[in-house]
Design a protein around this ligand. Structure first.
Ligand code: RP5
Ligand code: MG
Ligand code: MG
Length: 270
């Protein structure tokens, strides 16, 4: 079950008619040779060239992106390995996805994200953990309120910023609310535990662009800090709630896997 699944699903997110070329489990690894003809897709919003996106590259084109290194404030290294660059384009180290181009991802190669897993106990008996979950606007799935690491940003900033934007709606808060929120965030994000660092089986991944993340847990043991937050969905989240962590949770991308590790860390029920 370690090979990517969601990265091979169709239709491609936010499209109706972009259907990935089928890749059988056995054909996922690049070392398996066969007549592979993936479909090609990069979304209009990426091709328009916003700040968060790289320029378009055709196979074989000359370009000045430096892969497998930090290039112009963008981390293009992978947590998994030194990835291959074939015909000018980076190759997904987890194997084929049935689609070339970038889909809706801005960066060629790894697209780095950060996932803040904010937890509290449901009851005084400390059996069931809850985490702050958001419902994603793009597909309605429940997820950790994570987001992309901006150019020049450090991961600790991304974790805090994305939690603020998606779970507390800081983008629409007035300055006094913002000040209050920032004080609570100072306390909560002061110390966290790393849960995961690596490849995410994200439905947006392609043969040439993929998600990688650092997931960190920020836990409110006494229920007197994060536990008291006034949750307010914002930015790319349409709702937000404290969600019980159970083995029945169905979450976006590889997020189930991350919350399972959090349950284990705190010896909570699963
Ligand atoms: C997932 O996509 C990551 O784990 C993170 O939660 C998220 C980042 O993308 P956006 O929320 O910015 O779309 O792969
Ligand atoms: Mg966001
Ligand atoms: Mg997000």
């Amino acid at each position: 079950k370690s090979i990517h699944q969601k990265a091979r699903t169709s239709p491609y997110p936010r499209t109706k008619d972009i259907i990935r070329t089928k890749v059988a489990d056995d054909n996922v690894p690049w070392k398996v040779e066969y007549d592979y003809k993936p479909v090609k897709y990069t979304s209009e919003s990426v091709l328009k060239g916003p700040v968060w996106a790289d320029p378009d590259i055709k196979p074989g084109d000359k370009h000045n992106i430096q892969f497998n290194t930090v290039d112009n404030n963008v981390n293009r290294t992978s947590f998994i390995c030194k990835y291959e660059v074939v015909n000018s384009l980076p190759r997904n180290p987890m194997g084929r996805t049935g689609l070339t181009g970038r889909g809706s991802l801005g960066r060629w190669g790894p697209n780095h994200a950060a996932d803040p897993i904010v937890t509290r106990w449901k009851n005084k008996d400390k059996k069931i953990l809850q985490f702050v979950a958001v419902q994603r606007k793009d597909n309605g799935e429940w997820a950790i309120p994570g987001g992309m690491v901006d150019a020049g940003e450090v991961v600790s900033q991304t974790l805090r910023r994305e939690f603020g934007e998606e779970a507390l709606n800081t983008l629409e808060a007035d300055s006094s609310e913002k000040k209050h929120i920032e004080q609570s965030l100072d306390r909560l994000f002061h110390s966290g535990t790393e849960i995961f660092k690596g490849y995410v089986d994200d439905p947006r991944n392609t043969d040439n662009a993929w998600m990688e993340t650092v997931a960190m847990n920020f836990h409110d043991e006494l229920g007197d800090s994060a536990g008291l937050f006034e949750l307010n969905a914002g930015d790319d989240a349409m709702s937000v709630q404290w969600m019980d962590i159970t083995n029945k949770s169905k979450l976006y991308a590889s997020h189930e896997h991350f919350i399972q590790s959090v349950a284990q860390l705190h010896k909570a029920e699963w």
